[in-house]
Design a protein around this ligand. Structure first.
Ligand SMILES: CC(C)(COP(=O)(O)OP(=O)(O)OC[C@H]1O[C@@H](n2cnc3c(N)ncnc32)[C@H](O)[C@@H]1OP(=O)(O)O)[C@@H](O)C(=O)NCCC(=O)NCCS
Length: 283
């Protein structure tokens, strides 16, 4: 039976545990907001998790695993700690961390999101398209394009219906704070709106701990697909991010949606950095 406990109460640390303990303590201090640490009583594994993460689209509360570790040969202990968490649980895993990915899979998690990253570079302006800040008059276009396109890109693993996804997008754009989330509209040579991109500016890069930019949504009008509109929008977004002193931007792409992922990693210049895994309790 799992005997997880609070390491700050009755923790007996011997030299074998020390390294793991130091690491867990460091993670706890860095975690924002601080997570809860649980341990196997024999010190063979630990796990830090935060039970208050709101899922980005639905707002539903879920538990975020911040870190977990185990002594050599004791992956079973870490798997038990993972197995002990109730409700919907998400966990990040670096793209090359096969050991952790294997453990997450064994503990019933599936990859939900691919996280991608791109350096903000100097790219020339595309004369075919221009961009401008989104204003209140653009909201009907945002609503329409988001429900026509973005809604189809949401991971299916959570079992949401199309209507639930559309409603969630409507709520997102009805309450979007464009001061906090810079939003650009792309226009063609005839000043027709043909796409939008929305950035969040409070994403914490887990590798560096720096606060940076995250692309919440990007979409182009289907009539413009394959004509370089998304590339032009990335350039406009880059110029805006450079102006704000941002050096790196991140985005999430549904793991079950290979086309946007291929586009992001080919023509849009992103690299894959990790997966978000999720475990949904069986009904
Ligand atoms: C994904 C999406 C944003 C791509 O938009 P797009 O405008 O078709 O993208 P682009 O035209 O810039 O790039 C598409 C391809 O056309 C090529 N292309 C064709 N003509 C081009 C031109 N004149 N200039 C530049 N690229 C051109 C690009 O090189 C690119 O090829 P590749 O990715 O196979 O290497 C768009 O399909 C969309 O809105 N999808 C629905 C929402 C979505 O999936 N959002 C992303 C979720 S994370």
């Amino acid at each position: 039976m799992l005997r997880a406990r609070d390491p700050y109460r009755a923790m007996r640390i011997d030299s074998d545990d020390l390294e793991a303990y130091r690491h867990a303590e460091m993670v706890r201090l860095q975690a924002s907001p601080p997570g809860r640490i649980t341990w196997e009583a024999d010190g063979s594994a630990y796990l830090t998790a935060w039970p208050g993460l709101r899922e980005g689209l639905s707002g539903a509360v879920q538990t975020a695993v911040q870190d977990f570790g185990w002594r050599p040969g004791r992956a079973d202990a870490a798997a038990r700690l993972l197995g002990d968490i109730d409700g919907v649980v998400v966990a990040d895993c670096a793209i090359d961390d096969d050991e952790r990915a294997e453990l997450l899979e064994a503990a019933g998690f599936v990859p939900e999101i691919v996280r991608v990253r791109r350096r903000v570079s100097e790219t020339p302006h595309d004369p075919e398209f221009t961009s401008r800040a989104c204003g209140p008059g653009d909201l009907p276009f945002l609503f329409w394009l988001a429900s026509e396109t973005c809604a189809h890109t949401v991971p299916r693993v959570r079992g949401w219906t199309d209507d639930e996804v559309r409603d969630a997008f409507m709520r997102r754009y009805a309450t979007l704070d464009m001061d906090a989330c810079p939003t650009l509209i792309l226009e063609d040579a005839r000043k027709e709106s043909c796409g939008f991109v929305v950035f969040e500016m409070d994403y914490v890069d887990p590798a560096s701990g720096r606060v940076t930019a995250f692309i919440l949504d990007i979409a182009t009008h289907p009539d413009y697909w394959g004509k370089g509109a998304a590339q032009a929008m990335m350039r406009a977004g880059e110029a805006e991010m450079r102006r704000r002193g941002v050096r790196t931007m991140f985005a999430d792409i549904s793991a079950d949606n290979p086309r946007p992922l291929a586009r992001a990693t080919k023509s849009l210049g992103f690299e894959m950095v990790g997966h978000q895994w999720v475990r949904i309790p069986k009904l």
